[in-house]
Design a protein around this ligand. Structure first.
Ligand code: ATP
Ligand code: MG
Length: 872
């Protein structure tokens, strides 16, 4: 077996699957884009869930990736086991309803035995106890001796999460040799000892599990395989721990160098610290590389905790001052070729880590002193549990992560009341939401005394008139205690019935008032769940702590609701008419109408538009109830609710259903029954980008307004036509007929006029060498008029040469026309006109009997005519 570097293994794997027609894709970001229930991507298949669930079409039915993963759940293992990191990379091959078990296992085998050249006698396979198909593939097709195929139970070899797609797995193990084994004579894969390492799991998603626990076959079974590249590298490099493989050892060496502490690869506290720092360096570098910044919540907190934990272990090793930032370079150098984002963000990564280290360094001494005091107190009282409030104070005042407190306390034999901590944390979180909101609105630290017990409660789904207490006020100068008459301020309430702009739906407007105070609410926004009302005070003064009554404008709200519910109907009707590929790409709902953008490859036809409109109106006429439910996101997805992946959803989502016709994730306000929409009318369908169409539509009273506008146009038109609406069409038709007749009359008059003047034109002709030359200028004639005139003259005369000039818009058009006998004499109109037009600064050409030319200078027409005389 050749010793391969981790970076080489990655390339071999990805190109092997590429050769099996897999679409090779760069790792997805660690930030889940399409799975709001997940904090950080933790496996190769996690970012592909929409493909597996059939919610999105994959770019190819076969795919391969090497995915960045973070598993914070493993943080306690890191440093203590040989195989866990908080960060690792997972190699994966995937089939979305394409190939199945046979290809998955045989290709897997081909890769490890022929590409990686693992000795076949050290490889074992496990299958799920009932999976005879996989067993048969291993035994008969791949040819592993039966004694090295192990059947394992559900715990080991069946993958499922609650209800939904699930299936058996087959795992591949490497036998590290007897020296790693235990005394059990029956030691084999599945045993707890270190001899057999599992390194590749092939999951066969072939069943669907329902609520009652029944398994039914999936029409299109999927394949999802996952292999931790660090563990594979251990096998390929013949080392015992992921910390000894090339890329990670390089980082570890850096830690050893900076600390000056020897690494013994053992269980000594310093060895554990070195490994923890090494691992955390990797996760922090990759997290910041994906634009995560340290903070107090969610993945930001994960990052802060990792940096501070690594910093603390650095101190435990005796490292003075910041050191992590410099060591990030090693992570970037080890992995930057495969993950170019690390290289591009190198400076940012180092700066962020340095800043966090600095913050931590500025408080750690004090923190340790406080922890020292706490432990002394506990010792005195004989208590073993640190009060949750105290742990929270450390966290809140000094930014000391709770896990660190817990770790440090545990080192001296104490525990921490985590429930108490959580409760204190929860209270603080709600406060901080308000503060964050205030920052967003330009509020500074002066508002930090505001404490809102909970977010703003929105009661507007069911209630229009709502009492709320003023929690905070902001005016132009910043935070304020009151807002007086004539001023414009922003106000946060604990409860409100005003809808804040979100999910494409516009905010409510209306009034906010109490005895002696009244204000117009002109805009409502929200950040997290804190609602901010922009108000203009029309009467009296409002102070912090006052109770006010919210009164959103009811008709505006209802019309907005009608348009919003109609948007859902439109969405489904478009799917009905155009196909299931139709996906919402954006929407805007106001009281005036709605705009809906969606993916579709071509313009809709008139018939399609009419059909969509008819479907929506048909539904409206069925008076179907609109119901809303709040439920866990997973359950909602299972029910097939339409979700927009670009939107942020929490764990709990609100589902808006219109009978069983439409079901969407939506936080907006809707009508109670679609009959309330009244009428739906599409105004336009247009393209706004390649593959994106836009429909604009109106409902209910909006249609009435449109009707009135149109009627106004009709009435004014009737006025112009001097008739009434009923006779308008007849009148318009007769006017148009009249115009046609008048035009004809004019033509005839022109002709008559022309023939009348023909006589005089002929009289004016100059006889030169036996040819009658006519030179004449006509104002406001065009070339067609000249031709008609020349035809007229030619038809009744012979021996005539005409040089006619039409002047129109400052330009001259010449026509030279010769009767046939003149042409026979050897004259050529096309040649003549060149010289004639040139005399007036122009040019042209034509045939022997007729030619035309343009010229710019009407003042030179006389010169042109003079030229003509010389040509005969
Ligand atoms: P373990 O029991 O060792 O924690 P697991 O069962 O959690 O492993 P899986 O969820 O099956 O692992 O993940 C697939 C592969 O990802 C594993 O076979 C392993 O190679 C790798 N892996 C999982 N967790 C880690 C980790 N913390 N560090 C490094 N590699 C990991
Ligand atoms: Mg695990």
């Amino acid at each position: 077996m050749e010793k391969l570097g981790l970076n080489d293994i990655r390339e071999l794997f990805l190109s092997f699957y590429q050769s099996k027609d897999h679409y090779r894709r760069q790792s997805f970001s660690l930030i889940p884009e399409k799975d709001k229930s997940l904090l950080l991507i933790n496996s190769g298949m996690a970012p592909l869930k929409p493909y597996f669930a059939g919610l999105e079409t994959p770019p190819s039915k076969r795919m391969t990736t090497c995915q960045k993963c973070i598993r914070t759940g493993d943080i306690e293992n890191v440093g203590y086991t040989s195989r866990h990191g908080t960060f690792f990379e997972m190699l994966g091959s995937f089939s979305f309803g394409d190939y199945f078990k046979k290809e998955s296992l045989t290709w897997g085998w081909e890769f490890i035995t022929q590409v990686l050249k693992m000795p076949t006698d050290r490889l074992w396979a496990t299958v799920y106890e009932d999976d005879d198909e996989a067993y048969g593939i291993w035994k008969d097709i791949i040819g592993i001796p039966e004694e090295r195929i192990v059947r394992l139970g559900k715990d080991d070899n069946f993958w499922e999460i609650g209800t939904g797609p699930c299936g058996p797995c087959s795992e591949i193990y490497f036998d590290r040799g007897e020296q790693y084994g235990c005394d059990d004579p029956d030691c084999k894969p599945g045993c707890d000892c270190d001899r057999y390492v599992e390194f590749w799991n092939h999951v066969f998603t072939q069943f669907n599990r329902d609520e009652e626990g029944n398994y039914t076959d999936l029409a299109h079974p999927n394949i999802d395989t996952g292999m931790g590249i660090e563990r594979l590298a251990c096998i390929m490099q013949g080392v015992d721990s992921i910390f000894d493989i090339d890329t990670i050892k390089y980082i570890l060496d850096g830690v050893v160098e900076v600390s000056g502490v020897k690494y013994e690869s053992g269980a000594a506290p310093s060895d554990v610290s070195i490994r923890i720092i090494t691992d955390h360096l990797r996760s922090m570098t990759f997290m910041i590389g994906d634009t995560i910044l340290p903070g107090n919540e969610g993945r930001e907190y994960v990052l802060r905790r990792l940096i501070r934990r690594a910093a603390r272990h650095g101190r435990m090793l005796g490292i003075e001052g910041p050191f992590l930032s410099e060591l990030c370079d090693r992570v970037i150098d080890a992995s930057g070729d495969a993950y170019p984002e690390l290289k591009t963000r190198r400076e940012m990564i180092k700066k962020v880590v340095a800043a966090e280290e600095e913050k931590f360094a500025s408080t750690i001494d004090q923190d340790m002193k406080i922890i020292g005091e706490y432990t002394a107190d506990l010792e005195k009282s004989g208590d073993k549990i640190l009060d949750g409030e105290k742990a929270f104070k450390l966290h809140d005042t000094y930014g000391f992560p709770i896990d660190l407190t817990k770790e440090i306390m545990e080192e001296s034999g104490y525990t921490v009341d985590l429930n108490g901590f959580e409760a204190a944390m929860e209270r603080q979180k709600k406060r901080s939401q308000v503060e964050q909101e205030m920052e967003g609105a330009g509020w500074d630290e002066a508002t930090s005394d505001i404490s809102l017990d909970g977010e703003t409660e929105f009661t507007g789904y069911d209630t229009m008139v709502q009492e709320g207490v003023v929690m905070a006020i902001l005016n132009d100068d910043g935070p304020a205690d009151f807002c007086g008459e004539g001023s414009v301020c922003r106000i946060v309430l604990d409860k409100t019935s005003f809808y804040a702009e979100s999910g494409g739906q516009i905010y409510d407007t209306g009034v906010m008032e109490n005895d002696g105070f009244s204000a117009d609410v002109t805009e409502v926004t929200k950040n997290h769940n804190v609602f901010i009302h922009k108000v203009k005070v029309t009467k009296g003064t409002v102070k912090k702590g006052d109770t006010v009554i919210c009164k959103p404008d009811v008709p505006l709200r209802n019309m907005t609701a009608a348009n919003h519910t109609a948007t859902h109907l439109l969405h489904q009707a478009l799917k009905d008419v155009l196909g299931d590929h139709v996906k919402q790409a954006g929407s805007a709902v106001t009281s005036d109408g709605l705009r809906f953008d969606f993916n579709h490859f071509q313009a809709m036809t008139g018939e399609e538009i009419a059909e969509v409109e008819a479907i929506v109106n048909d539904k409206i006429s069925r008076f179907i109830d609109v119901t809303t439910r709040v439920m866990a996101i997973d359950d909602a997805m299972k029910e097939g609710a339409t979700a927009l992946f670009d939107e942020k959803y929490g764990d709990m989502v609100r589902i808006v259903s219109i009978g069983d016709y439409s079901k969407e994730f939506c936080g907006g306000t809707h009508v109670k029954n679609i009959g309330q929409i009244g009428l739906f009318k599409i105004l336009s369908e247009s393209g706004i980008a390649s593959g994106v169409r836009r429909i604009e539509a109106i409902t209910g009273q909006g249609v009435l307004k449109k009707l009135n506008d149109d009627e106004d146009v009709i009435n004014r038109t009737a006025g112009v036509l001097k008739t009434n609406k009923d006779n308008m069409i007849d009148r318009a038709a007769s006017i148009s007929e009249e115009v046609k007749n008048l035009k004809k009359e004019i033509e005839e008059l022109k002709k008559a006029e022309m023939s009348k003047s023909l006589g005089s034109i002929m009289d004016e002709a100059k006889e030169i060498n036996g040819i009658k030359l006519i030179t004449k200028q006509f104002d406001d004639f065009n070339i067609n008029d000249l031709r008609a005139l020349s035809d007229e003259i030619k038809s009744g005369n012979s021996g005539v040469a005409m040089v006619l000039a039409a002047v129109s818009g400052g330009k001259v058009t010449f026509l030279v026309s010769l009767t046939d006998d003149v042409v026979e004499k050897g004259y050529h109109a096309g040649k003549m006109i060149k010289e004639i037009a040139a005399a007036a600064g122009g040019g042209g050409g034509g045939k022997a009997d007729m030619a035309q030319a343009g010229a710019k200078d009407p003042g030179k027409i006389a010169d042109a005519f003079a030229k003509a005389e010389t040509l005969l």
